[in-house]
Design a protein around this ligand. Structure first.
Ligand SMILES: [Zn+2]
Length: 85
């Protein structure tokens, strides 16, 4: 998907460096700090002005799936199969 208005994604690897688009920067001082859970993580990806870790991103993807299911939005499936109860 080509989102021309979306900012370039930057990924930080803790104590390794940053990849922004195709640009790779080695930097041992890189801190992969999640702006959502506040924890230092192995890796984070940018979401606008924030960085977010895989667990926080996964939680939001799941929340989107659940919301679409609950509101019976078009195209809603259960892609992760994690709804229980
Ligand atoms: Zn997080």
């Amino acid at each position: 998907m080509n989102q021309t208005n979306a900012p370039e994604i930057s990924v930080k690897i803790h104590h390794r460096g940053v990849v922004r688009g195709d640009a790779v920067t080695d930097d041992a001082a890189t801190e992969a700090l999640c702006g959502l859970c506040g924890g230092t993580q192995a890796v984070v990806a940018s979401i606008g002005e924030l960085d977010a870790c895989p667990d926080c991103l996964r939680a939001r993807l799941e929340a989107m799936s659940v919301a679409r299911y609950l509101l019976k939005a078009e195209g809603a499936g259960l892609p992760w199969g994690k709804i229980s109860g």
